[in-house]
Design a protein around this ligand. Sequence first.
Ligand code: URA
Length: 244
Amino acid sequence: MNSVDEKLRLQYLDAMGIQVWQPRIPLPGRQSQPGSAVRIEQDPMAERGNRPGAGIDSSEERWQELEARVATCTACALHATRTRTVFGTGSHTAKWMVIGEAPGASEDQQGKPFVGRAGQLLTEMLRALGLRREEVFIANILKCRPPNNRDPKPGEVEACEGFLKQQVAMVKPKIILAAGRIAAQNLLKTDAPIGQLRGRVHRYGEIPLVVVYHPAYLLRSPLEKRKAWEDLQLAMSTVEAREK
Ligand code: URA
């Protein structure tokens, strides 16, 4: 990273409310260079990302068809209360995919994920990693807003799961960030608390998955941003290990 990039990264970390320090002694099991710590079995068939020629099997027609199916979906009761479906936004050949829980009020109005205050913080978190929001694919477990932002019901998650699976299969990201407990538990099919799920690399099918605190939670609990930054660094290390 050159000094301009580094300055920008520090500015974004500052915007996240994170003071940066480097440990003098590498932490156990980790090296001081982000990226060199995590080893993941390489899957040569999964070598994809934001690269030229990566879009062969993610043609725009398939994306349009999927988006149209989401827009007209009536598979669960949420279709009756939604304003708009929230399909997902970003690069169809992204290396990074962020999966949140469900649209909130602003997302339901605008038809885009993570557009409220939590979305702004998510954008800052991505920028701290050197990523522009547009180069990441951002989606949710549910494509429709649950009334009063209640937790998704199992039947709703099940009805929507095929859409998300298809999005993941078409993007073929190198890493998935599960934003928050609900996303993490549903993607990993577990009831484990987020404190147990964060801090390690899971898999969603073949794809490494790292759990991060939901940005809305980080807005309420700014002291946890330090841990969120550690999780983002773990994700970055995981991507870098796959690229070696
Ligand atoms: N929270 C989420 O999990 N997803 C959004 O799109 C917005 C807020």
